[in-house]
Design a protein around this ligand. Structure first.
Ligand SMILES: N[C@@H](CCC(=O)N[C@@H](CS)C(=O)NCC(=O)O)C(=O)O
Length: 211
């Protein structure tokens, strides 16, 4: 059985888990935290990051690379548009969200979720304010314009772009972050709709600690 190394709560691990769930692929989840990597883990994930996927003797690091691999070994249901231009657009939006959306939302997650829950530290509220008031709005504006009145970001079907665009919002919500419905109504509705897909929902629910 394939192995997925990483920890629930990582937006990049979640991307892969959603792709695996959408494609109905079974796997063993091996918990690896995003720090203090062992030489054994560095041997399969040389950048020391999570996730890393192992299948049939191949070690595949990086969420984007892993999902591309999954698409080739389990083509259905497709997570990439067939049309070359739409595929390029989906890949760019994945990159935009993996880079820019993560960059602006992670400070809120780190300050308001990670610090109090894992390090018993007070959040740096000035860092949170800067993220919420200055850094986040232009990125949400861009995503609001990209989704527009469409059901999915690209090509009329669920794709890698939708996975990458919505995963960071799970972390944002864990930190109490909200997408202001008055300012970004389309983005907010889109995120809830995508995260309500049965496969996606099952991944989010599995991340919650038992009550
Ligand atoms: N481009 C990578 C990014 C993965 C990533 O940054 N993972 C974080 C955890 S969410 C990590 O492992 N950070 C540890 C580090 O940067 O050393 C991917 O898509 O998998």
């Amino acid at each position: 059985m394939p192995k997925l190394h990483g920890v629930a709560g990582s937006p990049f691990v979640r991307k892969v888990r959603v792709a695996l769930a959408e494609k109905g692929i079974e796997y063993e989840h091996i918990v690896v935290m995003p720090f203090g990597q062992t030489p054994e883990y560095l041997a399969i994930s040389p950048l020391g990051k999570i996730p890393c996927y192992e299948d049939q003797g191949n070690a595949i690091p990086d969420s984007s690379v892993i999902i591309d691999y999954l698409e080739h070994v389990h083509p259905e249901p497709a997570l990439y548009p067939k049309d070359p231009a739409e595929r390029a657009r989906a890949l760019f939006l994945e990159e935009y969200c993996d880079t820019k959306l993560i960059e602006v939302t992670v400070p809120v997650f780190q300050e308001r979720f990670v610090k109090p829950n894992f390090f018993q530290e007070e959040p740096d509220e000035e860092r949170v304010r800067q993220a919420l008031e200055e850094d986040i709005p232009p990125i949400f504006d861009y995503l609001e314009a990209q989704i527009g009145d469409k059901p999915y970001l690209v090509g009329g079907a669920f794709s890698i772009a939708d996975i990458a665009a919505t995963s960071p919002f799970v972390n944002f919500a864990m930190a109490g972050g909200e997408v202001d419905a008055a300012r970004w109504p389309k983005l907010g509705e889109y995120i809830s709709r995508i995260q309500s897909r049965p496969a996606y929902k099952s991944v989010i629910e599995s991340e919650r600690p038992p009550e």
